[in-house]
Ligand binder design. Structure first.
Ligand code: FEO
Length: 395
């Protein structure tokens, strides 16, 4: 069912309380999510985005209850990813000639996925606009690489609503929709997780785009995202947060991340955490076993950290697959301005630390020289090396 947003604008999406994974299994969803689509009923009727394919039938049935589908004048496809475009094939069977407004890359992505080059695409670029009557218009803003090359936002004049698509969203189900009605702790936790795990690689572009949009001096009363809350209470607070997060964000936190085979490397992790806390009591120290903690949630902790320590025992002349897989993900996220130390136990050949150091360097971390490389189980002498590791990470 529709939910009112402002004047003639309604939400008509899917609140997905049961969703627990996104992007295949690559993003953990701890508190549900939503795919937000919007219906504008001015002199022209506009549908902004749709929902993921599994919810297509419900979405179209709901839409039919609200409006004669043939009355839809324009469809806006802000982004071709399937969570927003997934209902288009079913919808376009019913209203095949309806114009679809999207970027040039949007056409590539939609045709590539759904194989309907005959759809009535209208390619738009930044600054283009479309009148929707009653003195209002939609202004298109390309959001290239935020987070796909096809991404776009739409600004509605008169009601001052920015339909931002993925930007400023969260995987977070909120039945009441609005940011002022949401659990604030969970909202900000999920907003940061979304930024760290999806948008961080594009931080320089985020900063530039925010500066570009702010320079336009547009009044913004509502930021209507495509996931999670709709920002209506002080909506620019999330823009300010993104601006801060886009500039090599860090807090006074150090995070120790490891996996262990027979507890030796875990003992090193425990001692490093203890020394970090002893040497800098004001620093927040956190420790995670990679096999027992969600990888996306650890990534949010890395985002907050000024330094990390990463440990793995040597196995088959390399490192544990849990750590190797996570480091691959770490490389993709392009963190900057953070230090890293390595540690690990070995029984025979001992290549683990070297591999960890190489991978962390490739991931953009400044690796410190201090490390703990420990044969078999750690002795007091091995454990005492945690002092140098802690000092190097805090220094
Ligand atoms: Fe929510 Fe990039 O799709």
């Amino acid at each position: 069912m529709r939910k009112p947003i402002k004047n003639n604008v309604s939400w008509i999406g899917k609140i997905d309380w049961a969703l627990d994974k996104f992007h295949g299994d690559d993003y953990s969803v701890n508190h549900g999510s939503s795919q937000n689509a919007y219906l504008i009923e001015e002199e022209k009727v506009v549908l902004i985005d749709t929902v993921w394919k599994p919810h297509s039938t419900d979405f179209i049935d709901n839409l039919k209850k609200e409006i004669d589908l043939n009355k839809i004048d324009y469809i806006i496809a802000n982004h071709g990813e399937v969570d927003h475009s997934g209902s288009l094939p079913q919808l376009m069977e019913l209203i095949p000639n309806t114009p679809i407004y999207c970027t040039a890359n949007g056409v590539k992505s939609l045709v590539g996925q759904y194989h309907h080059p005959e759809w009535n695409f209208k390619v738009v670029k930044t600054g283009d606009s479309q009148d929707i009557g009653n003195g209002k218009k939609l202004v298109f803003v390309e959001m290239r690489m935020l987070h796909w090359p096809d991404s776009m936002a739409v600004y509605m004049t008169g009601d001052n609503i920015l339909f931002s698509n993925d930007a400023f969203g969260q995987h977070f189900a909120v039945e009441e929709l609005f940011n002022d009605r949401a659990d604030q702790c969970l909202l900000w936790e999920e907003a940061m997780k979304y930024y760290a795990n999806i948008l961080n690689p594009f931080s320089p572009l985020v900063k530039r785009k925010i500066e570009e949009v702010l320079a336009l001096n547009l009044p913004i009363d509502i930021i209507a995202t495509s996931h999670g809350v709709i920002w209506r209470d002080n909506p620019t607070q999330i823009v300010e947060a993104y601006y801060k997060w886009s500039q090599d964000y860090q807090e006074d936190q150090v995070t120790v991340i490891y996996d262990t085979m027979w507890e030796g490397t875990e003992k090193l992790a425990n001692r490093i955490s203890r020394e970090l806390s002893l040497h800098s009591p004001n620093t927040r120290v956190k420790q995670y076993n990679l096999s027992k903690t969600d990888k996306n949630d650890i990534m949010t902790e890395v985002f907050k950290s000024k330094a990390i320590a990463v440990g793995s025992p040597t196995v088959h002349q390399g490192i544990l697959s849990s750590v190797a897989g996570w480091l691959e993900f770490l490389k993709e996220l392009k963190f900057k301005g953070k230090k890293a130390a390595v540690f690990g136990c070995y029984g025979w050949s001992g290549e683990g630390n070297k591999v960890l150091r190489e991978e962390l360097t490739k991931a953009g971390f400044e690796t410190v020289d201090a490390e703990i490389k420990c044969s078999w189980n750690p002795t007091d002498e091995d454990l005492n090396k945690a002092v140098d590791v802690a000092k190097a990470l805090l220094g």
